[in-house]
Design a protein around this ligand. Structure first.
Ligand code: ADP
Ligand code: MG
Length: 337
């Protein structure tokens, strides 16, 4: 059936922690997201019955003794917590996780679920890809090509977009897409300086939310899933700590912010290709790791102390930090159509 309000394209944020889609129907942006994770356990009648009772969506795969129950996406977190186990992750540090044999298959399943009802032959999908780490020519070709392949198998027409640039497209229309976009994600921090919608300089920093979770877990002895839930529910960066966990989280948050500030300083000090902007430009912070209250203030303080060389008009949060990358990818797609 053909709808008159079909989205003309989809923006897809292929994040280490979450996959987000943006589409547009009747002039409104709409978002959907799934945790980029799953839990797999051997099938048993009991397990299947309890999942049914708990209302947890699952998939059964394999046959006979190889039969498995897979809980993909958002519900995997609750299921992992119930089983006191860690969820498995299709991606790691911004790219396909080389030690997860189901990496591409699970990604495909999650993207398929998220785009259900919107896919059609040749639908343009702009998907986010990370930038190379500062000073390294990391090979992102395999990751990039794998995502493109998955999208083609789903009948879509894939185009990659740099993650930091997507943040600029999402948030900086008022400066004609001049400014610095930063996405603080699960696996990486992605930075892009854009001048009139042209990406002038971009890089990634290999520390994000997962680094905070796993580092804190080694100190407190808890599962990383537990740490992540605590971090998302009640953590703020304000110098006062209710308990040991919050104090530990603060230490690693500072580490992520410092690594990013150092990256910014190094990238902008070394580059002879930075155009003369004429006037101060804005810097926008997005991504789940930037969500806790107090993050922006702490970041700006450490950035100021580093004597960042470029004049900034402001350092502000993105409007909806969890959706900026997907929205910006869609904005890029719509501009090309
Ligand atoms: N409300 C929140 N408060 C604190 N941290 C959050 C919140 N929501 C998500 N996060 C953290 O943000 C990270 C994921 O951010 P996201 O932008 O989705 O990353 P990615 O695009 O890399 O998947 C995870 O480490 C997650 O724990
Ligand atoms: Mg993301």
């Amino acid at each position: 059936m053909k709808h008159s309000n079909h989205t003309p394209a989809i923006g897809l944020d292929v994040g280490t922690s979450r996959i987000v889609t943006a589409s547009k129907a009747n002039d409104d942006f709409q978002y959907k997201s799934q945790l980029n994770a799953f839990v797999e356990v051997p099938w048993s009648k009991m397990t299947e019955a309890s999942l049914k009772r708990e209302g947890v969506p699952y998939v059964v795969s394999g046959e006979n003794t190889g039969k498995l129950i897979i809980v993909p996406g958002n519900e995997s977190s609750r299921f992992a917590d119930l089983l006191q186990t860690e969820s498995r992750r299709p991606m790691n540090r911004g790219v396909l996780n080389p030690s997860e044999p189901q990496n591409a298959a699970m990604l495909k399943q999650l993207i398929e679920n998220l785009t259900e009802g919107e896919r059609r032959q040749g639908l343009p999908v702009y998907y986010s890809v990370p930038a190379a780490p500062l000073g390294a020519e990391e090979n992102l070709t395999y990751h990039d090509a794998s995502i493109a392949q998955i999208l083609r198998e789903l009948d879509c027409e894939p185009t990659p977009i740099n993650e930091g640039l997507a943040v600029v497209f999402s948030e900086l229309e008022e400066t004609n897409y001049s400014g610095i976009g930063i996405s603080f994600g699960g696996g990486l921090v992605n930075v892009c300086l854009s001048y009139l919608a042209v990406p002038v300089l971009s890089f990634s920093v290999g520390k994000g939310g997962d680094y905070i979770d796993s580092s804190a877990a080694t100190i407190t002895g808890e599962l990383t899933t537990r740490i992540r839930l605590a971090k998302e529910e009640s953590f703020q960066i304000n110098g006062h700590y209710a308990d040991k966990l919050h104090q530990v989280l603060n230490v690693y948050y500072d580490e992520v912010i410092r690594a990013t500030v150092n990256g910014l300083k190094e990238a902008f000090a070394n580059s002879r290709n930075i155009p003369k902007m004429g006037k101060p430009i804005p810097m926008v912070l997005s991504g789940g790791t930037a969500m806790p209250k107090g993050f922006r203030d702490r970041f700006e303080k450490l950035l100021k102390e580093s004597e960042f060389p470029l004049p900034l008009s402001e350092v502000r949060m993105a409007e909806t930090p969890l959706n900026s990358t997907a929205k910006g990818a869609l904005v890029a797609a719509l501009a090309e159509l």
